[in-house]
Design a protein around this ligand. Sequence first.
Ligand SMILES: [Mg+2]
Length: 175
Amino acid sequence: MLQILQPDFFLQNVLQVSTIWLQVRNFHGLILDVDNTFVSRDAQLPSAFYGAWLAKLQAGGTRVILLSNNGGSRAKAIAEATGIPVQTWAIKPFPAAFKQAGMLLGLPRKQILVVGDQLFTDILGAHLAGFKAALVKPLPGTDFILTHGMRTLEKFVFNYWRKTGVPTGWEEDSL
Ligand SMILES: [Mg+2]
């Protein structure tokens, strides 16, 4: 059961993902979580640095779609600011929205990477939908109350992995 939660990649930050990084792993598309992966929950829009990172990825030929469990005017503003569609109210980890995002990217599933900051929404949902997934550390910001509970569960999972020798890539520090 826990294996389905296990990220295929552990990254400190989404900025580590470049077109070259993706291409050497045969990924050409990215399904990107929004909150605390690309935009801090406390911010309305991505910082200029993150916006530039995304523009560079696209210029390099990577197809990108944003996938969020939230929506409303903030999601709309993020879509307008980045020029990238945001699939809202995704109900992650249910796989339907991931599959739809994959279809919109128009690439085979094995060529698409999901990147997010939560095991129980982003990683689980990606795996249920048949995608590889990378976990990033959450950006500084306030979590939703529900997310807060999930973080506690994540700690249990990480402790279990550490005890059983599953590499987490983050051995040097704790969540
Ligand atoms: Mg998130």
